[in-house]
Write a protein that binds this ligand. Structure first.
Ligand code: FAD
Length: 413
């Protein structure tokens, strides 16, 4: 036997599953197809810029981040709470969280986004999520986020100008069909923590997890072709040979050469520009309501200076648009839709790179906090990932932890 447990896929799920098996005192191997860990947590460093594969933030209030990540060691820096909104009439407004940024109070109250009643409802919602545990929020009646916001009585103006682009950027869909439980959970995480970027980019989160593994555990550039169940053990056929274990955890999200049970995934396109100047606020995310291909814009070095060389800004634009086009195409599309507000400065934005991510997030009309791990496979093979619980690093790490614990305990039997 090569290991008690073999984990396939070194994304956040597989890394936490592996650490959990180790904690349970079992022998484990982690096989990863790529030559790096992280999966969807990926960062490329080029010419002093750090390009995450898709705009992504770390919500440092996630219980799993507190459990598994040493945040100070990542030297994270935060976006300010709130948003800058490019209004359909060509004007702009910035709203903040007045509880955490008292200087934003006047701006937020005067903003044309949402009525006074909407702002009171927001405060009521903050109170609700802060006084309810994550576990309990995932037991609330489940409906679409869109229905939930209507039932809470938010105005159409508030939903279309704020919630749709803000949560659209998080859920990667602007119809807000994602479960209201996911909405309440992320709302709580924003209310109780910050959206941060690690100094080394999002991939540094995965690298920190991997740094805790003994060197013999992690096998990079090892693609699994087949998992064959035998009577007493499982055979894992890889690009470099065949391994045997008592238990296998498959933490491979698509695209993978392995069969995957979940087929419905949401996509996104991310295009990066550099500029020496921009009139957009540096430390809050900018939203474009109205359903055009551009959904949100972020000046990444405004939150985390390590993302761009001195004197340059790294501007990330998230698009909901067709896949498979060129950088020139996406850059043109981004500039076309930003022109009503930024026409003067756009000629000085230089397109740098783009990422077209067809399998970014599992679509999630039904989500859960923990789930029943005994139903995630059979006595030998467990299939896990963010898609099992809810689409986030919290969901991925929790799914990894549950699978790791279950597999290790099955070995004891
Ligand atoms: C654009 C974008 C934005 C996001 N924004 C946020 C956000 O702001 N906040 C948040 O909490 N979450 C966000 N997420 C979600 C978060 O990144 C994921 O939930 C999490 O990274 C999923 O981890 P995973 O390990 O389940 O899957 P993955 O990271 O996809 O890992 C699967 C791994 O399996 C490997 N693999 C596949 N097939 C094989 C094989 N045959 N053999 C060996 N290895 C294999 C892959 O190479 C990969 O490393 C975002 C994701 C994207 C893409």
């Amino acid at each position: 036997m090569d290991a008690d447990v073999i984990v396939i896929g070194a994304g956040a799920t597989g890394l936490v599953a592996t650490l959990t098996v180790l904690e349970e005192g079992k022998k484990v191997l982690l096989l990863e197809r790529d030559d790096r860990v992280g999966g969807r947590l990926a960062t490329e460093s080029v010419d002093g810029f750090q390009f995450d594969h898709g705009f992504q933030v770390l919500l440092n209030a996630y219980p799993a981040i507190k459990r598994w990540i040493n945040e100070p060691a990542l030297e994270t820096k935060a976006f300010a709470p709130g948003a800058h909104i490019l209004l359909p009439d060509g004007k702009r407004t910035t709203i903040g969280d007045p509880l955490r940024q008292p200087d934003m109070l006047i701006n937020t109250l005067r903003s044309p986004v949402g009525s006074f009643g909407d702002k009171l409802k927001l405060l009521k919602l903050v109170r609700k999520v802060k006084t309810t545990s994550c576990e309990k929020l995932f037991q609330e009646p489940e409906m679409s986020t869109d229905d939930f916001l209507i039932r809470w009585g938010f105005s159409e103006n508030m939903v279309s100008l704020f919630f749709r682009p803000f949560y659209g950027g998080i859920f990667l869909e602007r119809d807000l069909m994602t479960s209201s439980r996911m909405f309440l959970f992320t709302f709580k995480m924003f209310a109780e923590g910050q959206a941060v970027l690690p100094q080394g980019g999002l991939q540094a989160v995965a690298e920190q997890l991997a740094s805790r593994l003994p060197s013999e555990v992690l096998m990079l550039s090892t693609s699994v072709k087949e998992v064959l169940k035998q009577e007493e053990f499982v055979e894992v056929v890889t690009s470099t040979g065949t391994l045997k274990a008592k238990q296998v955890i498959m933490a491979t999200a698509p695209p993978s050469n392995m069969e995957h049970p979940k087929s419905s995934w949401l996509s996104t396109v991310n295009v990066y520009f550099s500029a020496t100047e921009t009139s957009l606020p540096k430390n809050v995310i900018t939203l474009l309501p109205g359903g055009c291909p551009v959904n949100n814009v972020a000046i990444l070095d405004g939150a985390q200076p390590s993302y761009a060389p001195t004197g340059q800004h790294l501007i990330s634009v998230t698009l909901f648009t067709k896949a498979g086009e060129t950088l020139a195409y996406y850059a043109k599309q981004a500039k076309t839709y930003l022109a009503p507000w930024l026409a003067d400065e756009l000629p000085n934005w230089t397109p740098l790179r783009h990422y077209d991510i067809p399998f970014a997030l599992p679509s999630s009309r039904h989500v859960s906090w923990k789930g029943d791990v005994t139903r995630w496979g059979d006595e030998q093979v467990i299939e896990t990932g963010d898609w099992r619980l809810h689409p986030s690093l919290q969901g991925a790490m929790m799914a990894g932890h549950l699978a790791g614990k279950h597999a290790a305990r099955q070995c004891k039997a």
